[in-house]
Design a binder for this molecule. Structure first.
Ligand code: KG4
Ligand code: ZN
Length: 335
């Protein structure tokens, strides 16, 4: 079974040809085109994102097909991210993919982006099988999910305010780093002292496995204002390292508690923030070989993870058909 998948939920236009044989996936090709227009605005501008998807989607899909060496008639199912994400951007991928499905009389499968992120783990660790515990950490999401079966998920907790990636991006704006700031903070922090300043760790009263990053973001803002621009500029690597340490520390605190209580056979970390080198170091130190990180190419938004999730979903539940729409605020438990 072979899928052509497209992903246009945010600021990456991506296409991929993925095959499934039994419970194993093979990525034949993956093209990702990242939009750079948003850098100027310090964040994503939805209208610009949608327009940029329209401009490049044809070429991105054509390249994925030619890299894989397959033609459209050799595709068994068409898939696209149906949500969550930016409405006008989701429409581009879903309509493009549905049109191909219609023209070639193939099934169409709409995929939940968060389930796609979970499937990036299977692409990274082919022997991984449910059940396992997953931390999804991206620019838009911070969720802790118990993966019960191939397509059965239990949301254990989520962020109560900002996502972990947002904490990096908004904190980076305070430090004058530009968007997206996650990779920049990661790089800067390597030359800094993470004990330079101790930012407060969030205290969450609600029972369960919840996260909160907005207090941390505000603490950095107050700190930067109190210390002044010169001080921050002189100590940028250490301030970045201290701030990063607080984000990573909070993620570890919550995940560690879940890990102790639920004793999962494996812990999986996926999403753009899973690229963070300090997060990898700290989690590896704490959980050893039982922690699995998505491969770098599957951490940030990509269509390969969407293709893998679509193939499994099709096998288990069949097609969605042409009537499926877009679902901008879809949660992780809704397939
Ligand atoms: O998964 P992703 O590509 O998009 C969403 O679905 O949101 O994640 C993008 C996020 C951004 O917030 C970016 O700053 C963050 O991932 N990110 C990082 C690193 N690389 C990307 N955060 C921390 N350290 C990194 N190395
Ligand atoms: Zn994502």
């Amino acid at each position: 079974m072979r899928a052509l998948a497209v992903e246009t939920s945010c600021d990456e236009t991506s296409a991929s040809v993925v095959e499934m044989e039994g419970d194993r996936f093979r990525v034949l090709s993956l093209t990702v085109k990242s939009q750079v227009i948003h850098e100027r605005f310090g964040g994503i501008v939805p209208e610009l994102a949608a327009r940029a998807h329209v401009e490049v989607i044809y070429d991105v899909v054509a390249k994925a097909l030619s890299d894989a060496g397959v033609s459209l008639s050799e595709i068994d199912i068409h898939a696209a991210t149906k949500g969550p994400g930016l409405a006008a951007s989701l429409v581009v991928g879903v309509e493009f993919s549905k049109t191909l499905a219609l023209a070639f009389r193939r099934p169409f499968v709409g995929v939940n982006h968060l389930i796609g992120h979970i499937y990036s783990a299977y692409l990274s660790a082919p022997d991984l099988r449910p059940p396992f515990l997953t931390l999804i950490v991206s620019g838009g999401h911070t969720e802790l999910v118990w993966v019960e079966g191939w397509y059965s998920f239990r949301l254990l907790g989520h962020t109560l305010d900002d996502a972990a990636g947002e904490a990096f991006d908004k904190g980076g704006r305070t430090l004058g780093l530009g968007y997206p700031a996650g990779p920049k903070i990661d790089r800067l922090a390597k030359e800094g002292d993470r004990r330079f300043h101790r930012f407060p760790r969030p205290k969450i009263k609600r029972r369960g496995y919840f996260f909160s990053f907005s207090g941390l973001k505000t603490a950095l803002l107050h700190y930067a204002r109190a210390k002044g621009e010169d001080f921050i500029a002189r100590n940028l690597p250490s301030v970045a390292a201290s701030y990063q340490e607080a984000i990573v520390g909070h993620l570890l605190d919550v995940v560690e508690r879940a890990y102790m209580e639920l004793k999962p056979p494996a812990l999986v970390v996926v999403g753009g923030v899973a690229l963070n080198s300090r997060l990898r170091e700290v989690f590896r130190g704490r959980f050893g070989d039982s922690v699995i990180f998505a491969k770098p190419e599957y951490c940030t938004d990509n269509a390969a993870m969407i293709g893998a999730a679509a193939l499994k979903k099709y096998e288990l539940f069949g097609e969605d058909g042409q009537e499926v729409g877009i679902y901008p605020s879809l949660g992780v438990i809704e397939p």
